[in-house]
Design a binder for this molecule. Sequence first.
Ligand code: DQA
Length: 148
Amino acid sequence: MASVILVLNGPNLNMLGVRQPEVYGTSSYADVVAECERAGTAAGVSVDVRQTNDEAEMIEWIHHAARSKEFSAIVINPAGWTHTSVALADALVIPELPVIEVHISNVHAREAFRQHSFVSPVAAAVIAGCGIAGYGYAVDRAAALIGR
Ligand code: DQA
């Protein structure tokens, strides 16, 4: 059975292409899903790509990953919760899976509040500033970490 990588996207990422294209580019959320699927196929893994604007739903998905053992790694763009959510960082530790943090923009070249991430200390790798190609790199790295 193919390993499955859970790809999680936080708030406002459903608005990609419409939302600040000068910062996030003109690709849509559907393009993110397609990039993850392309990279997954190339790396020999399946991907389950999700987006939510509800922090509780995101945390429930992570708890389900811990209970179900359905997934081998987590790729996450926590979006605004990156900079605010101890609860999300706490949840990401529970499944004991490799976590790859992705940001479309280079958060380090932006406002000071974006330069702290609660997620980075629990991530195996962080990819920022590569546009939506960063999701492909993250899926590729996750596949490598699980030995695919
Ligand atoms: C983001 C960067 C965050 O600072 C921001 O809140 C987002 C998107 C990115 O992908 O560049 O929503 O995670």
